[in-house]
Design a binder for this molecule. Structure first.
Ligand SMILES: [Zn+2]
Length: 482
């Protein structure tokens, strides 16, 4: 949950036109004109920034701008006005939006181990833009993967009330087909080799991604979703890198491992507590200064626009978000009207010193949309000039079964005052030098990394725990630090 309210924008109406592809030189039917591409990028960018926030680090931003522009210049479309952004998200992802917009999350930056890996991914993303892989297929899949790291934790029936429409999840992203991914891989090799990086490193990075996917079940939207076989992809990229280097035998291909690692020293890793976190059956938000309880054994997913809670069976859900209205009365009215709800009960309450409006409604799906009849208990709580909305819902049939657990969440909403909760520190990458040659496991143990941290760090370092690390090698550990 981030403090920023979300920005809304609509998808451009797509018109087919015919123009020359800058990469292939062939005439082909394009779904968007260049002008449409540019305005799609321009329109989407503020929404993406507002949803995720930009990660503030001048050195990293400068590096990304410099490398991005350098590559853009040698690409097939040097004339576009490129923008390179670092998003404040722990999710591992990079993506491009038509018109020249390229995004990296801090999560993916934490997983790169050298400039060459970064450059390969940069080339891949710029490739989507230059080869005009635009708008063949728009889906919501990617954005939901970006926002919901933990996947959907409750029944599909509740989606309508999970704030999707009003919370800007309508943010549409491109999901490219397999041919486009292959073409972008090829362009990634071409571009990153051209600016002087060893593209074999890009191939290696696929290993990290596939290990990560199997370790956590986390999906990697752009890089793996359309590629069932990352091993094969790794091999192909490796072969292309070798071939490219053979054609230019006198060129020196850089990796720049130490330089990259020094740059990301101190990068926030994982959830940043200031965006809200869970600890012992409670959710705390240090910036917005609130807390609420989580029923025992319920799951919690904190995304930029909302917090979702659900029991293990997924048959009930509590979704917390910010209402866009400025009074309790209008917030409640609009919610009922817009969702065509049947209002059963409505009252005003005081929740730990904050004014609240509480309504109970029934939702009957129409024959067209289908789904099950739901009962929804909604709390609108006014706190610090914002209206917090809690939708507590289940199938009407089950409502009494979940009522008590659900109700504890909004009725426990209160001001956060505990300084230890407000000042919880994020985990950050720390770059250290191996004092001796030893296994990664040994070195991490020497640095007091726990077993679960060691697993994470093997991935972050792109190694296995039993790999030998030579004395003097830089590697990543984690520390809690302001
Ligand atoms: Zn791609």
């Amino acid at each position: 949950m981030k403090i920023k309210l979300l920005y809304f924008f609509s998808l451009l109406f797509l018109l087919a036109s015919c123009s020359r592809n800058p990469v292939t030189g062939k005439r082909e039917v394009m779904l968007m004109s260049e002008g449409q591409e540019k305005s799609l990028g321009k329109q989407s960018d503020p929404g993406i920034i507002q949803s995720f926030g930009l990660y503030q680090d001048d050195e990293i931003q400068k590096f990304i701008n410099q490398k991005g522009l350098e590559m853009a210049k040698i690409s097939h479309r040097p004339e576009l006005d490129y923008k390179f952004r670092v998003l404040d998200s722990p999710v591992v992802n990079a993506f491009a939006v038509p018109g020249g917009y390229v995004y990296f999350t801090r999560g993916i930056l934490a997983h790169f181990n050298n400039e060459a890996e970064f450059s390969g991914v940069l080339g891949h993303e710029i490739g989507h833009i230059t080869a005009r892989h635009s708008a063949k297929q728009y889906t919501k899949q990617m954005i939901s993967q970006v926002l919901f790291v933990g996947g959907l934790i409750f029944s599909e029936d509740f989606r309508k009330f999970a704030g999707e429409a009003q919370q800007g999840l309508g943010l549409l992203m491109l999901k490219f087909g397999r041919d486009h991914e292959s073409e972008s891989d090829r362009l990634g090799v071409e571009y990153s080799s051209e600016v002087g990086y060893d593209a074999h490193e890009m191939a290696n990075f696929f290993n990290t991604l596939s290990k990560m996917q199997s370790a956590s079940g986390q999906s990697i939207p752009d890089f793996l979703s359309t590629h069932p076989n990352p091993v094969d992809r790794n091999r192909k990229v490796g072969e292309m890198a070798t071939a490219t280097q053979k054609n230019n035998p006198n060129k020196n291909y850089k990796v720049n491992r130490d330089k990259y690692l020094r740059m990301i020293d101190g990068l926030v890793y994982g959830e940043d507590p200031k965006q809200g976190y869970v600890e012992q059956n409670a959710f705390y938000h240090p910036e917005l200064k609130f807390q609420f309880p989580i029923p025992p054994n319920w799951k919690c997913v904190n995304s930029p626009s909302q917090v979702q809670l659900a029991p293990a069976d997924g048959k009930a859900a509590v979704v917390m978000m910010l209402s866009q209205e400025n009074s309790l009365q209008t917030a409640a009215q609009k919610f009922v009207q817009e969702n065509k709800l049947n209002l059963i009960e409505s009252n005003n309450q005081n929740i730990h010193g904050n004014n609240a409006k509480v309504i109970m409604c029934d939702y009957t799906p129409d024959a067209q949309t289908g789904g099950k009849p739901l009962r929804i208990l909604t709390y609108f709580i006014q706190y610090n000039n914002l209206i917090y909305q809690f939708n507590c819902m289940s199938e009407k049939l089950n409502f009494s079964k979940y009522f008590n657990s659900m109700k504890t969440v909004p009725s426990g909403f209160k001001k956060l005052t505990d300084p230890s909760k407000i000042n919880k520190l994020p985990e950050r990458l720390k770059i250290v030098k191996a004092p001796k040659t030893a296994s990664l496991k040994q070195l991490l143990t020497d640095n007091k990394m726990s077993t679960s941290q060691q697993k994470t760090l093997a991935l972050l370092n792109g190694m296995n725990l039993n790999d030998q690390v030579k004395a003097g090698t830089l590697f990543k550990i984690l520390e809690r630090k302001k």
